[in-house]
Design a protein around this ligand. Structure first.
Ligand SMILES: [Zn+2]
Length: 379
């Protein structure tokens, strides 16, 4: 059964559309070792890359015990390089990404754009949730693929949806290596000078790009429900700062204000208000696996609440160490059912008690109190 997931983030009001049909099952474990070795081999065989990964261990299942990151940075941004210079494709690479464009882009612009990609990679690598970017690698050169399109209509023709500023498309079960982020030149502020595109004056929506890149780093072939798929993409994207830096430590205010208000500094937001009506029970929301555009919940509330729930389970629940959500993710990553995973999340609590705790702690931390429909267990 082919896996097809389409996730995108619209420009402007930042509405996201998502239509995933994620298959449950294990990560492709047999590939893990080869992928890890491949990454090391790639690093040592390439003089430009030196020994970036020497001594670093990112093996599956090993990263749940890492500390929650405060601020992440690109450890060592090496020069972008040109792999193919036309005539019909232009290919550029950085440490972990291969960018394929249908028109020439100046290396200086590639390097600037690549900071968003490499910074988002570093951020996801650091989160102690054992995301696929810890152990899946990607194309034949050990990199994640991204494709850039000069004309918006060619971006749409490649599988993106009209109105989106960027999109992530994974191609199938166990085939994360073929997944790719698609971005039109316009979203990256590129302008033509002479025969190449350079970085123009227009602002780049790095948070949107970081959201899409996070899908590539986190989804893999795992059967996450929608709240986590979109919530983690929002959590990282909204934490993206500048120059590849991701400020997790300062994201409480950013996320709360983006979701409930319109965001600071005119940065857009979901504007769901302080008491958003969810239109679903907590249990149904946590089990929802389809597009938020066709859910009982309003899309803006769906994405906003997903970000809040990721924040809650990472930083507010229990001893505020994310222990329950780590167990939850581990169960899903090992092919367990969503019901089994939810048992770990509940950890002996009724749904009603969990709901009360979520509302109380989110209200106290972010002044947002979601209004769920009454659940079956005595609510
Ligand atoms: Zn998304």
């Amino acid at each position: 059964m082919p896996l097809f997931v389409l996730l995108l983030l619209f420009a402007g009001t930042a509405v996201i559309s998502a239509a995933p049909s994620v298959r449950r099952g294990n990560a492709p474990r047999p590939d893990v070792r080869a992928a890890t070795e491949n990454r090391k081999a790639s690093a040592v065989s390439d003089d430009e890359e030196g020994t970036l990964y020497e001594g670093r261990e990112n093996l599956p299942g090993k990263n749940f015990g890492a500390d929650w990151p405060d601020v992440t940075r690109i450890p060592d941004m090496l020069p972008a390089r040109t792999v193919q210079d036309g005539p019909d494709r232009w290919i550029y690479e950085t440490q972990h990404f291969r960018f394929t464009a249908d028109a020439p882009i100046a290396l200086s612009a590639i390097k600037e754009i690549a900071r968003i990609f490499e910074g988002t990679y570093a951020a996801n690598l650091a989160l102690p949730i054992n995301s696929p970017c810890n152990h899946h690698q990607v194309n034949e050169s050990g990199r994640f693929n991204a494709c850039f399109f000069e004309k918006y209509e060619d971006y749409i023709a490649a599988g993106a949806v009209k109105g989106s500023a960027g999109v992530f498309i994974p191609d199938g079960w166990g085939r994360l290596q073929h997944g790719r982020v698609l971005v039109p030149f316009g979203s990256m502020g590129l302008e033509k000078r002479g025969n190449r595109y350079v970085k123009g004056g227009r602002r780049v929506d790095a948070k949107t790009l970081s959201h899409e890149i996070t899908h590539h780093m986190t989804i893999g072939s795992y059967a996450y429900p929608m709240w986590f798929i979109e919530g983690i993409a929002e959590y990282v994207g909204l934490s993206y700062d500048v120059n590849g830096r991701v400020n997790f430590g300062g994201n409480k205010r950013t996320i709360g204000e983006f979701v409930a208000g319109f965001g600071r500094k005119g940065g857009g937001g979901r504007a769901v208000g302080r008491e958003p009506k969810v239109g679903m029970t907590l249990q149904d929301f946590l089990k929802w696996k389809k597009n938020f555009l066709n859910a009982p919940v309003a899309p803006q509330v769906g994405y906003g609440l997903s970000a809040l729930l990721v924040y809650y389970f990472f930083h507010l629940d229990g001893k505020r160490d994310g222990a329950r959500v780590k167990k939850y993710l581990e169960i899903i990553q090992n092919g367990g059912t969503l019901d089994q995973a939810n048992e770990a999340l509940l950890d002996g609590r009724t749904w009603r008690r969990l709901e009360k705790d979520i509302c109380r702690r989110l209200n106290s931390a972010m002044k947002v109190e979601p209004q769920f429909l009454p659940g079956p267990d005595g609510a």
